[in-house]
Write a protein that binds this ligand. Structure first.
Ligand code: ATP
Length: 303
């Protein structure tokens, strides 16, 4: 389990991480989400002992990273998939890691199999790897010490949709075996697919955290009736706040239970009733992203 408590970090006058607290639990994949420059990498670097904290603490199973003996057997870390010796083969990199941490060399083939890199690919030099292959090698390297905790900075970067699906399966199985995973991303949809819990950061501060369901559901329900007008009249009569959706349904500021009861009482035939679609999280995330955007796309020269 990773525990971050009241973590802060300044660079001169600039506050990169501002009183950040969260936990990343065993059996769960925690997505650390925020736009570019939000403070994700800095937080991860503090957790892994690469950057000293200005204030606060970060521990892994109750111990600060630099106090963990042979840390790679407890925590697997991938912060930059390109930070590998380009002239070495993938297999060489994994063998060196295994030897350094005292893991059996049999772990090399196991780790390669876990990330679906073939022996032929592992025998190529890293300079000839695609970004997706580097990410897989980086994850294999993180897994080689058979750690209970994984910390991955933007691991889905460079992966195609099939690669993202593969990573989701890998991390899901890892968490189901009791592992704790912290992974960062600046893409809401990417992390939505993979994570169980979400920690959202903007300008160095946590702006939302909770389970994915809690955050994506927001409040409200989406409902569609066989007869649109009949449903609209029933909602109006009940006094709940709602608005039209483009698909012919309604977004209602009430729980699906309450909306279902309104429809039942009015004898409305429903064809769809579900929790809200996370529009609030998306809106909040877009706002954060816009605030941190340095350049707006220019339309100059476009006819
Ligand atoms: N060594 C440093 N010196 C000065 N400023 C720094 C340093 N490291 C990070 N920062 C600043 O701290 C802020 C947070 O950076 P960080 O890399 O943690 O963001 P991030 O959320 O990981 O972004 P990205 O998604 O782009 O990787 C940025 O404004 C960055 O410029």
């Amino acid at each position: 389990m990773i525990e971050v408590k009241n973590l802060s970090k300044r660079y001169g006058d600039f506050v990169a991480v501002d009183d950040v607290s969260f936990t990343c639990k065993p059996g769960r994949v925690t997505g650390f989400l925020g736009p570019n420059g939000a403070g994700k990498s800095t937080t991860m670097r503090i957790i892994t002992g690469l950057t000293p904290a200005g204030a606060g603490t970060a521990t892994i199973n109750g111990v600060a990273y630099h106090d963990i003996p042979n840390p790679s057997t407890h925590v697997g870390v991938l912060l930059d998939a390109s930070a590998q010796h380009a002239g070495r083969t993938g297999a060489e990199i994994l063998r060196l890691s295994a030897m350094t941490i005292g893991a059996p060399l049999s772990r090399v083939d196991e780790a390669l199999a876990m990330v679906s890199l073939t022996q032929e690919e592992a025998s190529r030099r890293v300079r000839n790897y695609s970004l997706g292959m580097r990410q897989r090698l980086g994850i294999a390297n993180a897994l080689i010490g058979d750690p209970q905790v994984l910390i991955l900075d933007e691991p889905a970067n460079g992966l195609d949709p099939a690669g993202i699906h593969w990573m989701r399966t890998l991390l899901r199985e890892y968490a189901d075996r009791g592992g704790a995973v912290l992974l960062s991303s600046h893409l809401l949809h990417e992390i939505e697919i993979i994570a169980d819990d979400l920690v959202v950061i903007g300008h160095g501060r946590i702006v939302a955290q909770g389970t994915k369901e809690e955050l994506l559901a927001g409040t409200g329900a989406v409902v569609r009736g066989a007869d649109r007008n009949h449903l609209g009249t029933a909602l109006q009569a009940s006094g709940v706040a709602f608005h039209d959706r483009q698909d012919g349904g309604f977004a209602v500021e009430q729980t699906p239970e309450v909306v279902g009861k309104i429809a039942l009482d009015a004898g409305v035939h429903l064809v769809e009733l579900r929790g809200g679609d996370g529009a609030r999280l998306e809106e909040m995330f877009l706002q954060l992203t816009q605030q941190t955007q340095r350049e707006q796309p220019s339309t100059q020269g476009v006819q």
